[in-house]
Structures are given as structure tokens and as C-alpha cells.
Design a protein around this ligand. Structure first.
Ligand SMILES: *Cc1c(COP(=O)(O)O)cnc(C)c1O
Length: 388
């Protein structure tokens, strides 16, 4: 179905931060499958893990124990605020699972009426009906009729409106620590801290959607770590499987109190192939020095891009974001810039608010950063006068 406005481009293979077309053209990939290929393409450790597992067992149902899933859950728990994990296949499913957990939490406490969730404008939580209803993006909801009930929308970063939206039926607050699709808006640490406080005050569960900003993207394993604030529940996907479809929601033991046998499930979620790759991703991300390297690389990229923003005010307005989750707010139409960059063999991805996102794989090296910066510099320098 024609649901995507696709580029006239197809890739045959990838290697690290590069993608190759069948006729051998090489592209530097700063879209990374929209923050999915966190370790680049064809990472040898991930390939080996997938190959080895593929010869043993692909799928065996959650009727049985899946030892690699227990191991992945234990490692995610050890590396985060959480005590428990549920595996699924995508970000939207992780967000929806987190919403079910909220209802079950209050139900188990004898307050089944507390089903409403406060969410933020310009948010993105996925494409299922309920995830769309949570985000309330008019463009995404067009033609879909009645939205799922149970969401109260407030402006991102505004505590007064958020407090005013709390009622006796509110059960949780759901936010992205950095809004990705919305245009790379980073939450102020003070905002995340205030959300934590208000959740503690009213016995609300705090859910962070780290589907895009988690898994090392900001230079810490999870973006919330920068603010020193732990949520009660967190949705993950994208980078978690490094390209294999894998999502998860994690929760504290207290928040997961209502998740009893039969309260949630998934046929494919947590299958042995996904678990083998998820563990391989963590092998790389948790290795000593990996995240320090991401932070160092991010610092270099930030410096270089700031220079470009100053140098090309006709084209670029502002640099946003944290770590390797960066956005260039444009003066020219963002889609035009994405197109010209791709014509110069640099892949990026647009976001709302006229932003071009730069989401390079976390394994990117300084020489490859410089290559990207030179391409952006050249495209901006040659930008036609009349369209600026
Ligand atoms: C991409 C994304 C989702 C949805 O993930 P899918 O795997 O496409 O369902 C949810 N939340 C955020 C913040 C995302 O960036």
C-alpha cells in the first residue's frame, strides 16, 4: 500500500555506518533505520549471535522457559531502575503494554477508575490506534474516526497545565525524555524531576517512552539517567534489537504488581532469535568504555555542527538534542535539505517542526563524522540563493 513516501533508493547491503546500493554507490547512514541500527549494519558480533541462534531454535512460544530472555531481562534490570521486563516486537506494543500495566496497577489497588493517562503535545508513541490517541497528532489521526478514550494532553515542559490536568481518574503520566518525531525537543532535567515529584504526590505511575532516546543514543544507556530521575515504567524498542524487531517495557516491582499470569501476552515477543540478538546488543553497549566513546563522539559532532549553524544562517537555524540524537532546525524546508543531503550520499531523516534529524550509529568514528559534516557544509554552501 502506498503508505510511505519512499525515496527512489534501494540498498543491497550495509557495513558499519555505510549502506551500499546494488550498483555500488556508498551512503553514509545518519538515519540508522530511525535510531534502530544503533551498532551500524552487519555488526560482526550481532551477525554471529543471529547465525548461531538460527541453527538452534527460532521460536518456541512463551509457554516455555526462554533462558536467553531471562538473561536479557536480568541484564536490562541490572542496568536500569527496573525489576521486571516484558518483551514484545515494536515500540507501539511496548507503549501499549505500559498502558495496560497502569490500569492493572490501579485495579489491583482497588481503584479501577484510575485509567486516564496524561500525555504531551507533539509526542509520538507509535501507530496503533491507542498509541496515536495518546499522542494526539491530528495528521496521524486524520480519517480514523473516534480516538481511544483516556488521554489528557498538555504542553511538553509545562508543569502548571500538567498539575491542572490531574483528576481522580488519572493513573499515569507518559512522556518522552527527548521528543524525537516531534522535532528533537529535550526535556529540562527540572521538568523530569517535577514529574517524578507529582507522580509520588498523587500515586501516579511515571512512564518514560525511551523507544527512540534509549539504548545508548544519548551517551548513557537510558536518557533518564541524565536527569537523575527514575520512572516507574519505561518503553524500549528501536536500538534494543539493533535491527531485529524487538521491544520491551520495564517496570519496578511496585508498578508491575498487577501483572499476573494471563494479564498480558505476545506470540512472537521474546522469542529466542530476538533474545539472542538483544543480548548481543547489550554485550557491545555494556562493554567498558563504549558509552564514554559515544559521549566523546557526540561532543565532537556537536561542536562541528554548531559551527555549521553559525556559518550557514540562510539554511540552518539551530542545533538541538543530546548525544547522538541531534536535530538541525532549518530555515529552508527540512524535506529539501534531507533530499539534497541524500543526493550527496548522506542519509538523514526529517522530524516535525522543520527539523532534520541526525541519528548516526553509535559506532561512528571521527573520520566518518567529518565526512558527514563536510557533506552538510557543502550542501549548505551551495544552497541556491532564490530558495533560501
Ligand atoms: C518509533 C517510536 C515509537 C513506535 O515504535 P514502532 O516500533 O514504530 O511501533 C514509539 N515511541 C517513540 C518515542 C518512537 O520514537
Amino acid at each position: 500500500m502506498p503508505t510511505y513516501a519512499r525515496f527512489d533508493l534501494a540498498f543491497e547491503r550495509g557495513e558499519g555506518p555505510y549502506l551500499f546500493t546494488a550498483d555500488g554507490r556508498r551512503y553514509l547512514d545518519f538515519a540508522a533505520g530511525i535510531a534502530v541500527n544503533a551498532l551500524g549494519h552487519a555488526h560482526p558480533h550481532l551477525v554471529a549471535a543471529l547465525q548461531a541462534q538460527s541453527e538452534k531454535l527460532w521460536h518456541c512460544s512463551n509457554l516455555y522457559q526462554i533462558p536467553d530472555g531471562i538473561r536479557l531481562a536480568e541484564r536490562l534490570v541490572a542496568a536500569s531502575f527496573a525489576d521486571q521486563a516484558f518483551f514484545c516486537n515494536s515500540g507501539a506494543e511496548a507503549v501499549e503494554g505500559a498502558m495496560k500495566l497502569v490500569r492493572r496497577y490501579h485495579f489491583a489497588k482497588g481503584q479501577p477508575e484510575r485509567t486516564r493517562i496524561i500525555t504531551c503535545r507533539d509526542a509520538f508513541h507509535g501507530r496503533t490506534m491507542t498509541a496515536l490517541s495518546a499522542a494526539d497528532n491530528a495528521k496521524h489521526l486524520e480519517g480514523l474516526g473516534a480516538v481511544s478514550p483516556g488521554f489528557d494532553h498538555v504542553p511538553y515542559g509545562n508543569m502548571n497545565e500538567l498539575r491542572a490536568a490531574i483528576t481522580a481518574e488519572t493513573g499515569a503520566i507518559l512522556v518522552e525524555p527527548i521528543q524525537g518525531e516531534g522535532g528533537i525537543h529535550s526535556a529540562d532535567p527540572a521538568y523530569l524531576q517535577a514529574l517524578r515529584q507529582v507522580c509520588d504526590e498523587f500515586d501516579l505511575l511515571l512512564i518514560f517512552d525511551e523507544v527512540q532516546c534509549g539504548m545508548g543514543r544519548t551517551g548513557k544507556l537510558f536518557a533518564y539517567e541524565w536527569a537523575g530521575v527514575a520512572p516507574d515504567v519505561m518503553a524500549l524498542a528501536k536500538g534494543l534489537g539493533g535491527g531485529f524487531p524487538l521491544g520491551a517495557f520495564l517496570a519496578s516491582e511496585k508498578a508491575a504488581a498487577g501483572m499476573t499470569p494471563g494479564s498480558h501476552g505476545s506470540t512472537f515477543g521474546g522469542n529466542p532469535l530476538a533474545m539472542a540478538v538483544g543480548n548481543a546488543v547489550l554485550d557491545v553497549m555494556l562493554a567498558p568504555g563504549f558509552l564514554d566513546q559515544v559521549q566523546a563522539t557526540a561532543k565532537t559532532l556537536r561542536q562541528e555542527l554548531s559551527t555549521l549553524v553559525t556559518r550557514h544562517p540562510r539554511v540552518l537555524a539551530e542545533l538541538r538534542g543530546t548525544g547522538l540524537m541531534l536535530g538541525l532546525k532549518c530555515v529552508v524546508p527540512n524535506g529539501d535539505l534531507v533530499k539534497r543531503l541524500s543526493e550527496n550520499q548522506l542519509l538523514t531523516v526529517g522530524a516535525a517542526d522543520n527539523v532534520v534529524r541526525l541519528l548516526p550509529p553509535l559506532i561512528i568514528e571521527d573520520a566518518q563524522l567529518r565526512e558527514a559534516v563536510e557533506i552538510i557544509d557543502g550542501v549548505c554552501r551551495d544552497w541556491p540563493q532564490n530558495t533560501a
